[in-house]
Ligand binder design. Structure first.
Ligand code: ATP
Length: 239
């Protein structure tokens, strides 16, 4: 399996007034092509911080981050913006749609700079909205859509640029159980069809169940899964 994202001994400290907040400590993880990877952990464990670092929105205090074998740590803000545009897309817990734009215009937005041909843009936008089942809602503004529909517009906006990686920070946190499941199923089917790497954060065990792999973090550190079999073997070796 091809490694798409790698973090090596990544730490992040925030300065809050005079206090240092250690949000992440020594995080070394990999994410592979085609994975539907959950970053799981309680509130305040560092999930958003980790997604922001992988998403080149923020920079680590220590350690390095590689995307497609390229070390992005140390890049200028402009170069990080280029990486975001070329390889990454985001889905947020609060959808982050532009309220005055229709569903179609929201999805078109990330293509405005890169795809100059209007017909090609329209085709891609329509295809993206169709793949989330919203082809009948292209003209609706966010306030004319339900929460689940808004999140589906956000998914269409994420996939329209055909990114290598889609990062989703608690994508179902503001949705009811059933709508959340529908949204995750759409994400999963896109993941299967396109082989796009999805990395999403959650504290919901039901959402974790959908993942192809789970990385658990607590207090800013990766919690290694315990393998009872391995522990038993190690124990018997020693004694
Ligand atoms: N900009 C910031 N300035 C200061 N402290 C911050 C900042 N961002 C995050 N933190 C702190 O870092 C820690 C991790 O926060 P983070 O938002 O990454 O956790 P989380 O797991 O995403 O939590 P939640 O599930 O509640 O969103 C917390 O202690 C938080 O208060």
């Amino acid at each position: 399996m091809k490694t798409i994202v790698k973090t090596e001994h990544v730490s992040k400290t925030f300065l809050l007034g005079k206090t240092q907040v250690q949000a992440l400590t020594d995080i070394s993880i990999k994410a592979f092509e085609g994975e539907f990877l959950a970053i799981a952990g309680p509130s305040g464990s560092g999930k958003t911080t980790l997604l922001n670092l992988i998403g080149c929105i923020d920079k680590p205090t220590k350690g390095i981050i590689k995307i497609d074998d390229e070390i992005v740590t140390g890049f200028s803000s402009n170069k990080l913006a280029d990486i975001r545009l070329a390889k990454l897309a985001f889905i947020f817990q609060t959808f982050n749609l532009i309220p005055v734009l229709s569903a179609c215009e929201n999805v078109e937005y990330p293509l405005l700079k890169t795809v100059k041909n209007k017909t090609e843009r329209f085709d891609r936008v329509f295809y993206a909205l169709q793949s989330v089942g919203l082809e009948k809602f292209v003209k609706h503004r966010p306030d004319e859509l339900s929460g689940g529909q808004r999140q589906r517009v956000a998914i269409a906006r994420a996939l329209v640029t055909e990114p290598r990686i889609i990062l989703a920070d608690e994508p179902t946190a503001n949705l009811d159980q059933k709508t959340g499941e529908d949204v995750l199923n759409i994400m999963k089917s896109i993941n299967k069809d396109s082989n796009t790497l999805f990395i999403f954060s959650t504290h919901d065990p039901k959402v974790m169940q959908m993942a192809s792999r789970i990385i658990r973090i607590t207090d800013g550190r990766v919690v290694e899964p315990t393998h009872p079999g391995r522990l038993k073997n190690e124990f018997s070796h020693k004694h």
